[in-house]
Design a protein around this ligand. Structure first.
Ligand SMILES: [Zn+2]
Length: 493
């Protein structure tokens, strides 16, 4: 029976977020915990695990570490700890091949590409004959170095991400083919000089959008190439411009069965396509100023209108307590709206006064100086809950910490102990707030929320609100020091 080691390291590092990511911020899953936690979930690891079992491979789960909503620079000891553990446990598994899940846009103190460092270490301990297939996020900052130390790279083809499980299963099939000598993988990469930040990377083509995203066209082209017998996989990654590292930005990776020239042609062709369409990625095409967003929403007949807080997307590095939209709702007299903020202090105050109790307190804006000031609110505690529920999109439990809903006028402010990114209506429903019935639903999410909200609550309109903050999608507002230059849109290309 062929032995396949499974493991991974998941971090999306926003180097503009001043708070470091420490060892204690990581959740780790060891050995059989990986199988128990991820089997059947819509995740790369779920795809790895289920597919390995169904293909009759002997699964050797090692270690998987993630810090999903804490996103500043990873301190050196935390990264080296997991790098060394992964290398040790994968070597001990003595596998015929390795399935590795890497988000792909991590940055650690002393390591600008932690993923290629992990891959290099694994190759060092395993030797070149043991193939490694990587499953990664569409926001991975893939570099040439990744290709040197791995055998195939399979990225998500959707954004909002919904195909993690399929990509995990695909990676597993590719690994099995390589181990059995049925596939002789050859990879090529092209990195057109394009840098994207935040939520301007959606692949979906919905009526709510003005134009088809350039990535929609590029990924379609990739799928078309994959229909060829000699093409194993074509992955298009938007990259993660919130990580200021030399290799940040767009990449196209093609894996063929022994055909170097074909792989090269494919990546060059898709790279050229994205380059030609780069102006379609301009943040100006999508962002709406805050006041205009509120005016539009409140003057529109019916609802709901979703306002996406682009400056504070906790999944991409935001602190989850930005108050710009909260302040605007207060300025507009607390209209019919619902929004989340992380504020453990006020949760404790709400618990102290109890349901039905009145609170006069300052909410949000407590993490750093970049996401607005605390907002003075007077309200009634509507509900208090443990803040746990099942999220159907990823098919995983979400733990928000204790959660209190405070009502001010017609606005329901949902306060959590932990940072959350509301990618699905279930976040609101779990605390008794019906997002379908609201005029305005605010989400701290850049694009992922579309997968859950569009089909389920059928919003009248979605506005990407141009709020300040570390995840604001306009790279021109940030001071880059490390990314390679020249690069679009920082330079006039
Ligand atoms: Zn992503």
């Amino acid at each position: 029976m062929l032995k396949v080691a499974v493991g991974g390291f998941h971090h999306e590092t926003n180097t503009f977020n001043p708070k470091p990511t420490l060892l204690k911020h990581f959740h780790e899953y060891r050995g059989s915990e990986i199988v128990e936690e991820f089997r059947g979930t819509n995740s790369v690891l779920g795809g790895f695990v289920d597919s390995a079992v169904s293909l009759g491979l002997a699964l050797k789960p090692t270690i998987y570490a993630e810090a999903p909503l804490v996103t500043g620079l990873i301190v050196r000891e935390a990264f080296e700890h997991y790098r060394d553990l992964l290398a040790k446990e994968v070597a001990e598994a003595n596998p015929d091949g390795v399935l590795l899940f890497l988000h792909g846009s991590a940055v650690a103190d002393g390591y600008e590409s932690p993923e290629s460092e992990i891959l290099r270490c694994l190759k060092e301990v395993l030797g070149d004959d043991v193939p490694i297939v990587v499953g990664c996020d569409y926001h991975a900052n893939v570099s040439e170095e990744w290709l040197q130390h791995s055998d195939a790279i399979v990225a998500y083809k959707t954004s909002p991400h919904v195909d993690m499980y399929e990509r995990g299963a695909e990676a597993c099939r590719i690994l099995r083919g390589i181990i059995k000598g049925e596939i002789e993988p050859v990879m090529e990469i092209e990195k057109p000089p394009i840098l994207l930040k935040g939520g301007l990377m959606t692949i979906v083509d919905t009526p709510l959008q003005v134009h088809k995203s350039p990535f929609f066209l590029a990924v379609n082209r990739a799928r078309r190439y994959e229909r060829r017998d000699d093409v194993v996989n074509v992955s298009v990654c938007s990259g993660f411009g919130d990580a200021d590292v030399p290799h940040a930005g767009v990449s196209v990776v093609a894996t063929t069965d022994g055909k170097e020239e074909i792989a090269k042609e494919i990546v060059e062709e898709i790279g050229r396509l994205l380059w030609r369409l780069r102006h379609g990625l301009s943040p100006d095409l999508v962002l709406t100023p805050l006041e205009e967003a509120l005016d539009t929403a409140l003057n529109l007949e019916g609802g709901p209108v979703i306002l996406a807080d682009m400056g504070d997307n906790p999944a991409g590095g935001g602190p989850a307590d930005s108050t710009f939209i909260l302040q605007a709702l207060k300025d507009y007299g607390w209209p019919d709206a619902a929004l989340f903020l992380k504020d453990p202090e006020v949760v404790a105050e709400a618990v102290a006064v109890g349901v039905g109790g009145r609170l006069e307190t300052s909410v949000g804006g407590k993490t750093d100086g970049m996401h607005g000031s605390p907002v003075r609110v007077e309200g009634v505690v509507e509900t208090i809950s443990v803040g746990e529920f099942y999220e159907p999109l990823r098919r995983r439990r979400v733990r928000m910490g204790r959660t209190a809903v405070i009502r001010c006028g017609e606005t329901e402010i949902i306060l959590t102990e932990e940072p959350t990114s509301q990618i699905h209506p279930a976040y609101f429903e779990s605390v008794g707030v019906n997002p379908r019935a609201k005029k305005i639903v605010v989400v701290k999410s850049a694009h992922y929320f579309r997968a859950g909200f569009e089909p389920l609550i059928k919003p009248k309109m979605i506005l990407e609100v141009d709020t300040p903050g570390v995840t604001n999608p306009n790279p021109l507002r940030f001071e880059y020091k490390r990314v390679r230059r020249p690069i679009f849109p920082l330079d006039a290309l």
